[in-house]
Design a protein around this ligand. Structure first.
Ligand code: FES
Length: 91
């Protein structure tokens, strides 16, 4: 049953995918993010990162406070909003 529980709906990652990755040695949020692409979808991890932090704490025996949240990287240069919505008038 747990293999069908979706943890990251943006990247279609299940509970089982997360547990397998932890068992393979990806035992921190940054490495799990690189391995499974959790937190890289349109919601930027608002839904899945807290769930993965909870699973990681359960599987590694760490306290939730010991699990570091992922770092957020802003764009290197500011981008005009029109770039994202397809506004033809913006440069
Ligand atoms: S649910 Fe994981 S990035 Fe959106």
């Amino acid at each position: 049953m747990k293999d069908t529980i979706i943890i990251c709906r943006c990247e279609d990652i299940t509970y089982d995918d997360v547990v397998k990755a932890i068992e393979e040695g990806y035992d921190d949020i940054e490495s799990l993010k690189r391995r499974l692409r959790i937190g890289m979808g349109p919601c930027q991890g608002r839904t899945c990162i807290p769930l993965v932090m909870r699973i990681l704490a359960q599987k590694t025996g760490k306290n939730r406070e010991e699990i570091e949240p992922p770092t957020h990287r802003p764009p290197l240069t500011p981008a005009p909003f029109g770039l994202f919505v397809g506004d033809e008038d913006e440069g």
